[in-house]
Design a protein around this ligand. Sequence first.
Ligand SMILES: Cc1cc2nc3c(=O)[nH]c(=O)nc-3n(C[C@H](O)[C@H](O)[C@H](O)COP(=O)(O)OP(=O)(O)OC[C@H]3O[C@@H](n4cnc5c(N)ncnc54)[C@H](O)[C@@H]3O)c2cc1C
Length: 292
Amino acid sequence: MAFSEKYQHLIRENEPLAPYCWLQIGGEARYFAEPNTLDDLCGLLAEAHQQKIPVRLIGGGSNILVREAGVDGLVVHLATSEFSKIQVSEHSLIAGGGAKLNHVISTAVGAALAGLEHLAGIPGSIGGAVAGNAGVINDDIGSRVTRIQAVDRTGVLNEWTRDSLQFGFRRSNLDDVIIVEVELSLEPAELSELTRRMQSAWIVKRAAQPASGTRVVQAFIDPSGTSISDALEAAGLKGAVEGDVSLSARHPGFLVVSGEASSEQVLALLERVTRAVEAQSGIQLQSRLRIW
Ligand SMILES: Cc1cc2nc3c(=O)[nH]c(=O)nc-3n(C[C@H](O)[C@H](O)[C@H](O)COP(=O)(O)OP(=O)(O)OC[C@H]3O[C@@H](n4cnc5c(N)ncnc54)[C@H](O)[C@@H]3O)c2cc1C
């Protein structure tokens, strides 16, 4: 075993990753851990660094595709209560990196704090949302972040304040750290109005995605200058199929898997669509998914 006795009880070997991902496909992690405390997390990362074991972090798994070969390294999941706490103060909210984004939003709304309600319905964790600057048209989570605490690849905890944080369209400069705490700046507002806004954001979001319970992900980032729907339509690719994987015809941009779908089928479809759209319109589609 690559890890010292102190951490062995935390490590699961050859853990299937499919149950942690929205698509429920993909291979195993050589090592997998759900640390109970920040000290455990830092210690595990320090040992992995010393042993040159690559580390990846999985949040809600709503934006990850794991190849069938799996991950030859350590996959960390911030699933314990230590990393899911949510605390509200006068004009701000502090959440553990593993807290569910939708719990964070409903806690803010319940405390009559505005600023997150438009993001209702985006799946995943707050850590994943901040790392990828999740958002909707004209609104993203990055604009609310005032401070984060994150552990680097050597196991050292650092604090990042607003001036050192960079957020762009569905990206941030936090790709290489593990976010363990996020502070968000919010404004007081009327509870009933906030609840109404959150519910309507939720309804709009639900209507724009395949039915709940379906195994779906958002396949592509919207290209600039046109919508993903128009780009796919022009290339005759709405509803394109590869084995048990298809592009949703009703909800363009969403990729749906069923039955015995495999990660290779997903990758084959992504590649086919990317090539066909480029050949037809010159647009270079970018996959939204993090492919492991
Ligand atoms: C049905 C559906 C609807 C969606 N709608 C939207 C939408 O409207 N807007 C939008 O922006 N996205 C949307 N997404 C994409 C996805 O939900 C977001 O990108 C989400 O923020 C990913 O969070 P996660 O915790 O699931 O991350 P994961 O999928 O687990 O991970 C994604 C990446 O974030 C990293 N990461 C996760 N947690 C942390 C952490 N604590 N610290 C550092 N890095 C971390 C991972 O290492 C990985 O690189 C949608 C996805 C689905 C399936």
